[in-house]
Every structure is written in structure tokens, then in C-alpha cells.
Design a protein around this ligand. Sequence first.
Ligand SMILES: Cc1ncc(COP(=O)(O)O)c(C=O)c1O
Length: 383
Amino acid sequence: MDPVYLDHNATTPLEPRVLAAMMPALEATGNASSVHGFGRRAAEAVETARDQVAALLGVRPRELVFTASGSEANNAVLGTMSELHGGGHVVVSAFEHPSILAAAARLEERGFAVSRVRPEPTGRVSPAAIAGELRDDTRLVCLMLANNEIGALQPVAEVAELARARGVPVLCDAVQAVGKVPVAVPDLGVDYLTVGAHKFYGPLGAAALWIRGGAGFSPLLVGGSQERRRRAGTLNVPALVGLGAAAALVAAELEGWARHMARLRDAFEAGLGAIGGTAVHAAAVPRLPNTSNVAFHGVDAEALMVRLDLRGFAVSTGSACASGVVEVSETMRALGVDEEVAAASLRVSFGKDSPERAAEWLLAALREEVEALRELAAAGARR
Ligand SMILES: Cc1ncc(COP(=O)(O)O)c(C=O)c1O
């Protein structure tokens, strides 16, 4: 059997049609800032990509800043708060991506106050809990659209409405949402939004930050005048062309992709009963159609992941074992999941091209491996 890749929340394969769109740009010469024909053609390709991303998100192209990664885009927004205000307060959900949590911690080191709002055990952050943290000196609220580990969708529009009433801007990290659920910026009412191509079948090295017209911004990278002086550095033309092409595919095909992924995800979760002793995280709230994070009670998920890898299945765990100590992920910690359950949790993330029988194959392998690991654990306990 060919290896089965079920780790699409980590990164997605490059879609062949995206690669085909990128090829001319990979072969061409030309710095998009140059005024000669080579440069102009490169710049035109970048502007086409900007139009494609803008069309997908429902925003004006000039409000988009291209970056090299979602992490960079998130860092740029939090860094802006320090540049513009020097101090104050920010509110983040406690299970944001590390690129937001670490950037918030850096603000804290610089004298900001940071409120970390824990999600409810269901996996959803309560808008009232965020609203309850807002202060007169709150500079920013950060809430992701979809959590990367458990897939739970967050009430971003409601939070944005509450924040706007207090004049507080909102950053929405939509990196994990694009390509899985519709993302229409005008419906969200946020001020900053980030996306990254490699999560929706585009290339690595291309991402975008949308900044509402008039919202404050201070560049993370300074130097050249690229991106209307909002992000210095020679534009990565082939990668940005790929970002645009991937965005156009999402715009045209998302519905079918989502249906396929949800079918596999649902078949997978329906089959868990036969294994027994399982619990799906965030099962009771709206989730991404492709993500299933499951605790296999009494099983070490790291060991399970390795065994599945040997059988050709790529899945992931949120908890990393560093030097023999299991580090529980921020997401699991924020959810208040106990350590044993967190260490037993495995993330399966399906993709638009996952084989129709992927769920069935994975379930068959899991039945054997989970049983083997439970037997080993029981034997260890008897010794
Ligand atoms: C929710 C979320 N935000 C941001 C990122 C960071 O994106 P990048 O890998 O492009 O830096 C990720 C990547 O895993 C993510 O899942």
C-alpha cells in the first residue's frame, strides 16, 4: 500500500495545478521591483496573485501584505502593538498558535499586560469571557478562526462585534481555516487576518496578512519599499504566484473538498466505536470538516504515531516527548485536558485528495496497534 498522508493540518501537498501555475515564474528572471520588462512581468504576476487572494477573502487587493509565513504575519501584527503603543493590554485565547502566544509573551516582557482566555472544555472560546477581559487600554484581541489541533471553530464574528463596541481591533488567525471552511472577511468584522499557502495546497514560503484600511500597522521588516513599505524584501514571485493559484482553486472548489473531507472524517469517527475507549475532542462544537483529534485511553499516542508511521500512515500528536518528559501542548493545557488524556491523543487531518478508503484503512491499522499497545501497558502494569 502507498503511504497515506493524514497530517494536512501540518502542511498540505502542493497541488499539481498550483505547481503548473508556478513553473513559468520559477523559470523567469526578474525582480518585481525592477522597472524593466522582466521586473514588470514579475510584478504583474504578483498583482494577479494579490487579486486572487483578495477575491477569495472578499477584501481589497491593496489591503493585503504578502509575507513568507503565517507566523511572520501574526508576529507583524503583535509587533505593531508594541511599536504603536509602547504599552497597554492584549487579550489572546489561550490556545492560539505559538506564533501568537510567543509574540504576546514578548509583549509582556516589554511591559504589556496579557490576558489569556481559556476556551471552554467543549473547545470553544466564550465571547463573553473575552469581552469580560477588555479594558480601556486594550490594544488588540487575538482569536483564531479554527484551532489547529482540535479543529474547533471559534466565534470570531461575535468577538469582533464586542471588541468593536469598545474600539478594540481584532486579529483573526485564519491559517488553519482557509481551504477547509469558507472565510469571508467582511462577515467576520475583524481588523487583521492571516492566511498561509502551505495549508491549502499552495507552496511553502508564501502567506498573507490582510489589514483593514486605516488600521494601524508598523512593519516587522524594514528596508526596501516593497508591499507599500509594509514588508521589505524581494518578493518571492513563484511562491506568491502559487499562493494566488491556490486561493483561486479554493474559491472554485471548496464545497466539494469540504464534503469529501467531512465524509472521511465522519466515517473515521463512526468506526472508532469498534476500538473502544476513545473520545473525540471538541466533538460537540462546530469543527473543521477534516480534523479529528482522538484520545485512545490507556495508549501512549507518541508510540501509536510511530507504529502507524511504520505502517505508512502519517498522523500527529500535540504532545511532544522531549528528553523522556511528555510536554502537553498548549491547546490541551488550555482545554484543561488531564495529562494522561493529552498524552493519549492523536490528530488525524484528512485532505481534499485523501483516498476514499483512507478512513477504513486507518481504522484497521488502529484496531491492531491500539490493542497491542494496551496489552503492552497491561503487561507492564502486572510486572
Ligand atoms: C493556526 C495556525 N496559525 C499559524 C500557523 C503558522 O503558519 P506558518 O507555518 O506559515 O508559519 C499555523 C501552522 O501550523 C497554524 O496552524
